[in-house]
Design a binder for this molecule. Structure first.
Ligand code: NAI
Length: 318
């Protein structure tokens, strides 16, 4: 790895859940990171939290990169003005709340201080880049880099350009994100929901239809994912599953294409997420995972996610 801090500066704007994760990811790869938040106490809280998270990650064997927790933490600075955070940055990652007007204003503010080659990336989960970059002078430098929660363990980043994003910025963003150990996928054009949520919503729609039409319980449909499809999807995607489950994709389609078309024709319209169907699903979920035990259940989930990330890391070394 290059000398710590020599890869360039990354500005993180917004130091909440996602901003903190990005700061750790960039510092783990040796970037100099400057974190800014509109609330100064958020920055100091974020630094305290990052310091203890880095120590815990080391203890659990999940710390990224080759630098010690102390070396990584020394690469992260906090600041209380935007200019200081983004001036001379090679890459800026915006992580402010999911509000269109706020994103538009923050990008307008950021663009005053960055260089001609600074990549300006937004963490937005569902706002397309053209919605908040259209009015900017530096709109060709802007794109979305949407992480998956928790970004430290789930490395996918959806890189989404608008029609005016310079393709060379997309390519450079991809290289930087790969360099920090994420797994970027680049969309060729923007679409609502990007890609992850479009796929996720297609799955949710069918799960919802099956439960609300009385075909299966909510508990059992979730098992279909974690005990079935999810097992292989943790390592290979659905298209490669098809390719491997026959003598290649063409052979798979010869064998199963007509069945896919026939079953798909019985899916029905998009379900309604209200009324009796909603009440039924809510009741099943609440009795299985009571609302006053969600925090416990989240911890259970995150421990397993971390263990899976570790396993994948070890497998990748084989
Ligand atoms: P958060 O609410 O935890 O943090 C947002 C931070 O931005 C706060 O510390 C707030 O003080 C700060 N902030 C507000 N206005 C600001 C401004 N004008 N300048 C600088 N800082 C400002 O939010 P979170 O969860 O970190 O989300 C940030 C972005 O990441 C959102 O767009 C969200 O959709 C996206 N995202 C969130 C994920 C999640 O699971 N939480 C996953 C993937 C993306």
């Amino acid at each position: 790895m290059a000398e710590p801090g020599t890869k360039g500066k990354v500005g993180i704007v917004g130091s909440g859940l996602v901003g903190k994760s990005w700061a750790m990811i960039f510092a783990g790869a040796g970037y100099e990171v400057v974190v800014y938040d509109i609330i100064p106490s958020q920055v100091s809280d974020a630094l305290t939290s990052i310091q203890s998270q880095l120590t815990d990650l080391k203890k659990s064997g999940m710390l990224r990169g080759t630098l010690s927790p102390e070396e990584q933490f020394s690469l992260i600075k906090g600041c209380s003005n935007l200019q200081e955070a983004v001036t001379d940055a090679v890459y800026v990652q915006e992580c402010v709340p999911e509000k269109l007007d706020l994103k538009a204003q923050v990008f307008k503010d950021i663009e005053q201080f960055v260089n001609d080659d600074t990549i300006m990336a937004s963490s937005t989960s569902c706002i397309t880049p053209s919605e908040f970059t259209g009015e900017l002078k530096r709109r060709s430098q802007c794109l979305v880099a949407h992480p998956v929660n928790p970004p430290y363990y789930a490395p996918l980043v959806e890189v989404v350009p608008s029609e005016w994003t310079d393709p060379s910025f997309v390519e450079r963003a991809r290289k930087i994100l790969e360099d920090v150990g994420q797994v970027p996928v680049c969309m060729k054009k923007e679409l609502p929901g990007f890609v992850l949520n479009r796929v996720q919503y297609a799955i949710i729609n069918e799960c919802w239809r099956l439960v609300t039409s009385g075909v299966i319980s909510a508990e059992d449909i979730d098992k279909v994912m974690w005990a079935g499809l999810g097992m292989r999807y943790a390592f290979i995607g659905p298209l490669e599953v098809m390719h491997l489950n026959a003598e290649g994709m063409e052979n798979y389609i010869e064998r199963y294409g007509p069945t896919i078309e026939q079953v798909s024709s019985t899916f029905g319209p998009n379900p309604s997420y209200s009324g009796a169907g909603l009440r039924e699903v809510v009741q099943q979920l609440n009795s299985r995972s009571p609302l006053d035990q969600l925090e416990e259940r989240r911890k259970w989930r995150d421990t397993r996610l971390a263990a899976l990330a570790k396993l994948k890391q070890e497998q990748d070394k084989l």
